[in-house]
Ligand binder design. Structure first.
Ligand SMILES: NC(=O)C1=CN([C@@H]2O[C@H](COP(=O)(O)OP(=O)(O)OC[C@H]3O[C@@H](n4cnc5c(N)ncnc54)[C@H](O)[C@@H]3O)[C@@H](O)[C@H]2O)C=CC1
Ligand SMILES: Nc1nc(O)c(N)c(N[C@@H]2O[C@H](COP(=O)(O)O)[C@@H](O)[C@H]2O)n1
Length: 277
């Protein structure tokens, strides 16, 4: 058995059935022709934290739900994170399910394209970054980095070219406070026009909180969450979108799901649902 096959994760057929209605159609069709099928998926604690503190990586998923996440990766063309996650986690962002490319399968079949939102190019990646290591080993694809920077540093551009990645330059307006606010519809359109029929958005908190704003939440076709039986406590990186006000001026919930189903997975529970618009 090759080392790649030994590392592979297994997600049994019997566990796949419940997920199927929540996954992008197998024929590659999309609900809207100009946009990819978009899945919001992440693992959260009972107190809505993604990690113990900014800049740290925290394992929340147990072995079964972790294998589920990798199965989801095999069923999406792209996997998107923010630069905060890239810096904190040094992630592989590949799919390690047995049978995909690099794990017993041919080429890069079943490997999603990593996409990193990095408006001002803060991610100091190198050949030593795990993502590039995965590419070298034939176990993952090179990233696309979405940025406002017109001319990325030559050394980074050369590395990207060598590995088959690319920079996607977009106009991302800044607010008065100086922080960037990307137009999610525009970004998803760009990804679709670059050939991606489905994208899973994994985080982190800033990415998720902005996607759950009223003007963008309808872009999310499905939500698949892993809830781990732990409280991470105060100081964590929290998913909590901005509160909305109703027509009467009273606060109302920021966002809600409909058509919800819950599946116990080891000690975790996985929730599948759709945004209630
Ligand atoms: N448990 C889980 O499933 C996951 C956990 N994480 C954790 O989340 C943490 C990182 O989260 P955050 O610090 O919130 O960083 P983040 O990954 O959301 O990245 C934030 C940065 O991305 C860019 N960005 C995000 N949304 C943007 C928008 N709408 N417009 C323009 N630019 C935008 C900005 O540069 C921003 O500073 C890490 O600790 C990581 O381990 C991340 C993903 C999944
Ligand atoms: N599903 C899930 N469960 C957790 O417990 C997590 N911490 C995450 N994090 C996300 O997965 C990325 C790491 O991916 P690799 O294992 O390195 O391929 C990390 O960057 C988060 O996006 N997800």
């Amino acid at each position: 058995m090759s080392s790649s096959s030994r590392d592979a994760l297994h997600f049994p057929e019997s566990d796949r059935t419940f997920l199927e209605p929540s996954l992008p159609p197998q024929d590659g069709s999309t609900p809207r022709p100009d946009l990819p099928f978009t899945t919001l998926t992440f693992a959260t604690s009972l107190d809505s934290s993604l990690s113990l503190a900014p800049g740290t990586r925290t394992a929340l998923s147990g072995p079964q739900s972790k294998a589920m996440t990798h199965y989801l990766r095999s069923r999406h063309d792209g996997i998107l994170i923010g630069v905060g996650t890239a810096v904190a986690d040094d992630p592989g962002l590949n799919c390690r399910i047995a049978g995909v490319g690099g794990y017993g399968g041919e080429g890069l079949h079943g490997q999603p394209r990593p996409i990193v939102i990095d408006p001002s190019l803060k991610w100091d990646f190198s050949e030593g970054s795990k993502l590039f290591q995965m590419c070298r080993e034939g176990r993952g694809r090179a990233p696309w980095i979405v940025t406002t920077v017109q001319e990325p540093p030559a050394e980074k551009a050369a590395l990207m070219e060598a590995y088959g990645g690319r920079f996607i330059t977009m106009n991302i307006p800044s607010s008065d406070s100086g922080s960037c606010r990307m137009d999610w519809r525009e970004l998803l359109r760009v990804l679709r026009s670059n050939g991606l029929r489905s994208v899973m958005i994994e985080g982190g908190a800033r990415v998720i909180n902005s996607l759950l704003e009223p003007s963008y939440m309808a872009l999310v076709d499905r939500v698949i969450l892993t809830i781990a039986p732990t409280w991470l406590g105060q100081g964590g990186v929290v998913v909590s979108p901005a509160r909305r006000l109703g027509e009467d001026g009273e606060p109302m919930s920021a966002a809600r799901l409909k058509n919800v189903q819950w599946y116990p997975f080891g000690e975790d529970v996985v929730l599948c649902g759709e945004m209630k618009i």
